[in-house]
Write a protein that binds this ligand. Structure first.
Ligand code: FES
Length: 132
């Protein structure tokens, strides 16, 4: 039976450790690419009146517009997850009565956190709402 000399075995072990360490180093030093944001809904900008809202029940979100522009809110109540209803002045949760202003800030509990904001882009007359 042939035996591998100790110095060759040691060299191969050291080389394997160096390669593994290098691979780990590259993995952790390489910046991750930003995740692609997923398009949730889109609408023509003219379909959302100033101080109005367009509600997308299936996506549980509302696209709103004020004098400053467009923004989108998640309609998932931050208390226990019911779907918030949009009225002219407020957003109200039918489950336990939490109320939010048109910016999604809590007006009345039991919810204690604002509604989630979603990413909005406006391009060529089309408003797109992207995942957070
Ligand atoms: S789930 Fe909305 S107030 Fe409780």
């Amino acid at each position: 039976m042939e035996t591998v000399p100790q110095s060759r075995r040691s060299f191969i072990t050291t080389l394997a450790l160096l390669l593994a360490s290098g691979a780990l180093l590259v993995r952790y030093l390489t910046p991750r690419l930003p995740a692609q944001r997923q398009l949730l809904v889109s609408a023509a900008d003219a379909d959302v009146p100033v101080n109005g809202a367009l509600v997308f029940p299936a996506e549980r979100l509302a696209l709103l517009r004020d004098e400053k522009g467009f923004y989108a809110l998640s309609l998932i109540c931050t208390h226990l997850g019911c779907t918030v209803k949009v009225t002219a002045d407020t957003l109200t949760c039918p489950c336990h009565g939490s109320m939010f202003d048109r910016q999604g800030r809590v007006l009345k509990g039991p919810a204690d956190r604002s509604l989630g904001r979603l990413q909005v882009t406006v391009r060529n007359g089309v408003v797109e709402v992207m995942e957070g």
